[in-house]
Design a protein around this ligand. Structure first.
Ligand code: HEC
Length: 151
């Protein structure tokens, strides 16, 4: 069992490395519109978007779901490179997470959107849970590693 877990972890890292190779974190950030906000402020917006999706799904309100999806899909980059809040030794790992989860969260909201269009609220709920998994996976790995405040 432990062996399987190890192999599973390796596969996730291999997958992340592959995605990271296709598109670097610098490319990703450069492709986004820049806003005069910190990374934490961007995250605060992500929190509102996630709440809007969850609230919209359970109350079967397409408008709230769509608004949240729009934010996640089109969110800007903060005023500085996101990894400046991390210690130098965490830069590469955090960059790989940024690239991997940016794509993953786009995939998650696409599932929520499709289900919502069909009024498949249970499917949308499952998608929202998957989106929440993406958020918490990165938080578990990096939220406690924040070392600097973005000026
Ligand atoms: C690539 C990693 C990553 C992903 C994915 C991610 N977060 Fe975060 N999030 C962070 C980090 C790092 C912080 C801590 C930032 C800081 O304290 O400067 C944070 C902080 C937060 C905060 C607290 C903000 C504050 O004011 O202190 C909220 C709320 C939040 N995230 C929501 C979300 C939601 C909702 C999602 C998913 C839709 C998400 N995050 C996805 C890395 C991530």
């Amino acid at each position: 069992m432990r062996q399987f877990l190890k192999i599973g972890t390796l596969l996730v890292y291999a997958g992340m490395a592959l995605v990271a190779q296709e598109k670097t974190a610098d490319d990703l950030v450069a492709s986004m519109q820049k806003e005069d906000i910190t990374y934490a402020q961007l995250m605060s917006g992500m929190g509102m978007a996630y709440e809007s999706i969850q609230n919209g799904v359970v109350s079967m309100n397409k408008l709230l779901v769509d608004r949240g999806i729009y934010f996640i899909r089109t969110h800007p980059a903060p005023k500085q490179k996101p990894w400046v809040i991390m210690d130098q030794e965490d830069h590469e790992g955090f960059k790989a997470m940024l690239v991997y989860y940016d794509k993953k969260m786009d995939d998650d909201v696409a599932i929520i959107e499709k289900a919502t269009q069909k009024k498949d609220w249970e499917g949308a709920y499952a998608g929202a849970k998957e989106l929440g998994n993406s958020c918490i996976s990165c938080h578990l790995a990096y939220k406690d590693h924040v070392k600097y405040v973005m000026k």
